[in-house]
Write a protein that binds this ligand. Structure first.
Ligand code: ATP
Ligand code: MG
Length: 257
């Protein structure tokens, strides 16, 4: 049970974004993918759920070649993968209960749960909210009535609702204040361990990666520049990685000043 990239190449027009990218994420691991803006981090995630197809090479999810799947196969893969985007993307006109319940009513979720009664839905929503440390007193509030950090957690609860085996986070902490960043990091870590899901976290933030990753993959110039444990990455002498590490140290020092 794993996600595996095998010599994946992807170009848009003349621009090569991924050039022979290979890596594997074993079950239960938290892998961070770091790299400069525009290097192809989001493009990498989109290959996992079949939103993009490689020109050559293969992406495997649990032994299925994503690029070779028909619509039914892609639906099955998406059922296993919960995508968490940077913005909470909740519907402001719906309550928290209705927003999280949305995750239980998708065609993918219906294949797993069948059609649930209102009381079963409520019970499941409350369980999912508890996983992200929210209580049921916010069930009937709407997103604009709760904090941004809470909205992010509700959005995560919605992603968790259908019971994904893989969590794919695209910049989960970009633009957040340090306290909310810590909360989101802790949640990614706790959920990965508690639910034994495999997580891939796309980020600019070496600080987050050093705190919660098992391994860190750095993309640069369309290739895997480094794929190593946190300790090895810390000791890396590769200039780009040293730059990321320096930025992290400087911002931590500013935080303590
Ligand atoms: N559907 C598309 N069509 C054409 N070009 C695309 C498409 N998707 C991405 N790109 C290009 O591929 C490159 C990599 O994009 P990607 O979104 O993966 O970057 P990123 O590493 O996630 O950057 P950021 O950190 O800013 O989110 C960019 O140059 C982008 O413009
Ligand atoms: Mg991106």
């Amino acid at each position: 049970m794993s996600i595996r990239f095998e010599e994946v190449c992807k170009s848009f027009g003349p621009k090569t974004i991924l050039n022979q990218v290979s890596f594997e994420v074993p079950k239960g691991e938290i892998l961070f993918i770091l790299g400069k803006s525009g290097v192809g981090k989001s493009v990498t995630l989109k290959h996992i759920v079949g939103m993009l197809k490689p020109q050559s090479g293969r992406v495997w999810v649990d032994g299925s070649d994503v690029g070779a799947q028909d619509a039914i196969g892609i639906t099955a893969i998406r059922r296993k993968c919960g995508m968490v985007f940077q913005q909470p993307a909740l519907l402001d006109s719906l309550t928290v209960l209705e927003n999280v319940a949305f995750g239980l009513k998708t065609p993918q979720a219906k294949q797993v749960f069948g059609t649930l009664s209102e009381s079963e839905i409520r019970k499941t929503v409350v369980e999912k909210l508890a996983l992200v440390n929210l209580e049921d007193d916010i069930l009937h509030r709407r997103p604009p009535e709760i904090s941004y950090g809470m909205q992010k957690r509700v959005s995560l609860a919605r992603t968790l609702a259908p019971g994904p085996q893989y969590l794919l986070f695209d910049e989960p902490t970009t633009g957040l204040d340090p306290i909310t960043t810590n909360t989101v990091n802790d949640l990614i870590f706790d959920l990965s361990r508690k639910l034994q899901v495999t997580s891939i976290v796309v980020s600019h933030d070496m600080g987050c990666a050093l705190k919660i990753a098992d391994r860190i993959l750095v993309l640069d110039q369309a290739r895997v520049l480094s794929l190593a444990s946190v300790e090895e990455t810390r000791r890396s002498q590769v200039p780009l990685i040293r730059d990321f590490l320096r930025e992290t140290l400087e911002s931590e020092n500013r935080g303590h000043a």
